[in-house]
Design a protein around this ligand. Structure first.
Ligand SMILES: [Fe+2]
Ligand SMILES: [Fe+2]
Length: 302
């Protein structure tokens, strides 16, 4: 894996930086006739008892949940990055500027996803419940050691890369506007993976091996916390689906829906992060046996 620098990350961030009004609003509208999410993440086609229209509606419900989840995690990433930058503002000017740029981008993403949600709600026409509220989730996550939070953040930033490059970029079926939001988010997130890697390395260098092992355990606890969130989100998505389509699934259909959708949500938010080669490479450098610990639990989310 390449060695990252604050200077390099800042230069790229400034080059790819976009304005909110350039990517959402005005004539840039969602097209509800098209799917929003790639099938690799949505997992709706496996629900063969749903019609094509019903699969598309569920796909869009998952699209809402996907972007709202980013808004949710960015609520803890933003204060976390600022707190990491604050004690050493005078040390390295590129570090200070790159981390403030990082925080500023997450604040912008939070606003982007709020605006997306307003447009989604107006166009979709049915209420869709999502887990939260963000302030409670942020408080819960930030109650863990900084290294554990940095690892969870790194996990998230890497799965954003995996999702876009592996399943979104070349999918020509997706609504172009939704895809554009994913692309613009990905463009800025690419620098966050580098900065998060540097943050993890800095923190680990100042942490005793025993406390690093504890932080990895806490990261896994946070994974279990997210997993409980995914179980709740699966129930919300089922309710939203029935509300939006007016269809009442049978007990057997509900069971299949829940099983397949929970698996898809687990892969999206946990499995694709915990198995990312670059994430594992960083964890592997933190101490013996840590990477193997994550690899042992990963199959439950894949
Ligand atoms: Fe973001
Ligand atoms: Fe990010």
């Amino acid at each position: 894996m390449a060695t990252y620098t604050y200077e390099g990350a800042l230069a790229t961030a400034q080059r790819v930086n976009w304005k909110l009004d350039d990517i959402i609003g005005g004539d840039k509208r969602l097209d509800f006739r098209r799917p929003f999410m790639p099938e690799a993440l949505a997992g709706v086609r496996k629900l063969d008892f749903l019609s094509e229209d019903e699969q598309r509606i569920l796909n869009q419900i998952r699209g809402l949940g996907y972007l709202v989840m980013f808004g949710l995690v960015e609520e803890f990433i933003l204060p976390f990055v600022l707190d990491h930058a604050r004690p050493r503002l005078a040390g390295n000017d590129y570090r200070t500027r790159a981390l403030i740029q990082f925080a500023s981008e997450e604040a912008k993403h939070i606003q982007l996803f709020k605006r997306f949600r307003e447009e989604f709600d107006a166009g979709f026409g049915h209420h869709c419940e999502v887990i939260g509220p963000p302030s409670v989730v942020a408080a819960k996550v930030l109650d863990h050691s900084p290294l554990a939070v940095a690892l969870l953040t790194l996990h998230i930033e890497w799965f954003v890369q995996q999702h876009y490059l592996e399943s979104i970029k070349d999918d020509q079926e997706l609504d172009p506007q939704f895809k554009s939001l994913l692309k613009h988010h990905w463009l800025e997130e690419a620098q966050h993976t580098k900065l998060d890697t540097l943050m993890v390395e800095e923190m680990a260098a100042a942490t005793a091996p025993e406390d690093i092992r504890k932080a990895v355990d806490e990261y896994l606890e946070l994974g279990a916390f997210i997993d409980r969130g995914m179980q709740q989100q699966t129930r919300f998505d089922l309710e939203s689906f029935e509300r939006a389509t007016g269809r009442h699934l049978t007990a057997e259909e509900r069971e299949r829906f829940s099983e397949i959708q929970l698996k898809a949500l687990r892969w999206t938010f946990i499995g694709s992060g915990i198995t990312h080669p670059n994430f594992l490479s960083t964890v592997g450098k933190l101490g013996p046996g840590l990477r193997q610990k994550l690899e042992a639990v990963a199959p439950a989310f894949c």
